[in-house]
Design a protein around this ligand. Structure first.
Ligand code: ADP
Length: 556
């Protein structure tokens, strides 16, 4: 027969069962809480969910979650909910950790939770702490100065991380009191909430780190882009740090100055940048937003003088220099002014002669013999021809430049043409011109233009042979070419000038009065015409012994 258990045994059993059930429920609740809280990684949402979970488990009229900053010893509100409404945590005052009283401070100091079912009494009796009362509108009252609190009971639970208190959760009720079981449940939930907040914080930090990494990458990419741009621009760019060390030297700088960046970078500008002293002295560094001033500086590079135009912009750590090579522009300018000087000089001489002769002829008081008259007329004719020739040369050169001269590609007997040119020129040349030509030598080209070249070469040979005895003209053939050589015994051309004399306006010694007049266009015109006939013109010469100019044309 069944034996009835004694009363106290049954009561004990009931307590155990109740306890077990409660523990199971708590465990279930915490498990759900862990999952629910872990689903979000936004801190605000974690607090909201934590509060939802609390609302289901324990009656309360207010919740405040605060963080504790150990370094500054300050307690800050992170989340507040009072009587059904969220309160902006920033509107609540920061609290200094109190060393003696205060409920939050006690929890932080001890690391243990606190249960107070007579908050009013505690506030009245606590000398060391600071107490505030917050209503649902967020109005904060300092206690007890502004009157009694309406809070009856409060639970305060520390939030811990690796054994240290990092915050406090407060739960308040105006009507009821709390039990140890309530406290235990809140502790469990706070533990879960703390973990979820930590996860969210980590995630936030990682996000921030990723964002700053991305920003750093973007800056680096921008720099690289700028560097690539600086590499690609046609202007030379270099950067000199305030301590005088070169830190950047772009491709164009390499090309213009002829120094590789490896030779220059990390070296003192004073030692590696050609003309640095002049650059530093003459180039004004713009330090503000104003437009940089351009300075032209002649810079000696190897054995060449370059004309560089510089601007310099100051940066906090150094100066960026940008420069452009104006050497060829300057040479062109120089050539232009030389040309104007040459042409006006060249024109003035025949014009003065023509003018003088005409005036003399017109003078009624001078009785001129018919011989004298015809001499003057002869001079007018010759000088007019010279004027026409100069004008012709200038016009032809500019038409060649503009590509307006077309040349024929006919079969031309250069042997016959050379003989004819010598015949034409001989009367104007005081020297003997000898001919050494085969019976015929057919080339492809433009008869008039070849003749023009030969006349020019013969004219030069005579002009630059003040003491020469003769001029020789040879015509010969190779498999593919026909060569006409005009050799003189004149002043010759130095090796260093042998390229330049074919340039436009180039004259070896334009300022020496004893050199015969000329525009410096003759050989340029010859070279350009020869090229258009797929030929070329070259010179071999020994200064003082004479020159041989050779025209080569394709065989016809
Ligand atoms: P120009 O004779 O009008 O000065 P060119 O173009 O024909 O111009 O010649 C350019 C320069 O080349 C001359 O100024 C002269 O110094 C040099 N030169 C040309 N032909 C000869 C030559 N046969 N002997 C020596 N120097 C020459």
């Amino acid at each position: 027969m069944p034996v009835e258990p004694p009363d106290e045994v049954s009561a004990h059993q009931q307590r155990v069962e109740h306890d077990l059930r409660r523990k199971a429920e708590t465990a279930q609740l915490l498990l759900d809480a862990a999952r629910y809280l872990g689903e979000t990684l936004e801190i605000e949402r974690v607090y909201d969910r934590f509060h939802e979970l609390l609302a289901d488990a324990i009656q309360h009229d207010g919740v405040v979650v605060s963080s504790f900053d150990e370094r500054e010893s300050v307690i800050r509100c992170e989340y507040a909910w009072v009587e059904g409404k969220h309160v902006d945590p920033a509107s609540l005052p920061e609290l200094k950790l109190s060393t003696a009283g205060g409920m939050q401070s006690e929890v932080i100091r001890s690391g243990k939770p606190l249960l107070e079912n007579d908050v009013g009494g505690r506030v009245a009796g606590d000398e060391g702490g600071t107490f505030y009362d917050v209503d649902r509108e967020g109005t904060v009252r300092k206690l007890p100065d502004t009157g009694p609190t309406h809070v009856q009971a409060a639970m305060m639970v520390p939030v811990k991380h690796e054994g240290r208190v990092v915050g406090v959760v407060q739960l308040m009720s105006d009507e009821r009191t709390y039990t140890d079981e309530d406290l235990e449940l809140v502790e469990g939930l706070v533990g879960q909430m703390g973990a979820a907040v930590r996860m969210a914080r980590l995630r936030e930090e990682r996000g921030r780190a990723e964002a700053s990494e991305a920003a750093a990458e973007a800056v680096a990419a921008e720099r690289e882009q700028a560097a690539r741009l600086f590499e690609a621009v046609g202007d030379g760019i270099f950067y000199v740090r305030r301590d005088g060390i070169v830190r950047f030297w772009n491709r164009s700088a390499e090309l213009i100055v002829g120094l590789s960046s490896a030779d220059v970078i990390d070296q003192p500008a004073a030692e590696v940048v050609p003309g640095w002293a002049a650059i530093e002295e003459q180039v004004a560094v713009t330090e503000d937003d104003s437009v940089p001033r351009v300075a032209r500086v002649p810079v000696e590079v190897a054995d060449r003088e370059l004309w560089l135009s510089f601007v310099a912009v100051g940066r906090p750590q150094g100066v960026v220099y940008a420069f452009r090579d104006l050497t060829s522009e300057r040479e062109l300018e120089q050539a232009k002014s030389d040309f104007i000087a040459t042409v006006s000089h060249e024109l003035r001489t025949p014009m003065t002669a023509v003018y003088g002769a005409a005036r003399t002829l017109m003078r009624p008081d001078v009785d001129l013999s018919s011989d004298e008259r015809s001499q003057l007329l002869e001079m007018i004719a010759t000088q007019s021809e010279r004027l026409a020739q100069i004008t012709e040369e200038v016009l032809l050169a500019s038409r060649l430049d503009r590509g307006e001269i077309a040349v024929e590609a006919d079969r031309v007997d250069v042997a016959e043409l050379a003989s004819r040119a010598v015949e034409t020129m001989q009367p104007q040349i005081s020297l003997a011109v000898t001919l050494d030509v085969p019976p015929e030598a057919w080339a492809t080209g433009d008869l008039d233009r070849i003749e023009q070249i030969l006349i020019n070469l013969l004219d030069n040979a005579a002009k630059y042979s003040p003491n020469g005895r003769e001029i020789r003209v040879f015509v010969s053939e190779t498999d593919e070419r026909v060569r006409v050589a005009v050799a003189d015994e004149g002043v010759g051309v130095a090796a260093s000038e042998q390229q330049a004399i074919f340039e436009k306006f180039y004259r070896v010694d334009p300022h020496l009065t004893q050199t015969p007049g000329g525009t410096g266009l003759g050989l340029y015109i010859c070279r350009e015409l020869a090229r258009r006939m797929v030929g070329e013109i070259t010179v071999e010469s020994q200064p003082g012994e004479g020159s041989t100019f050779v025209l080569e044309l394709p065989r016809g």
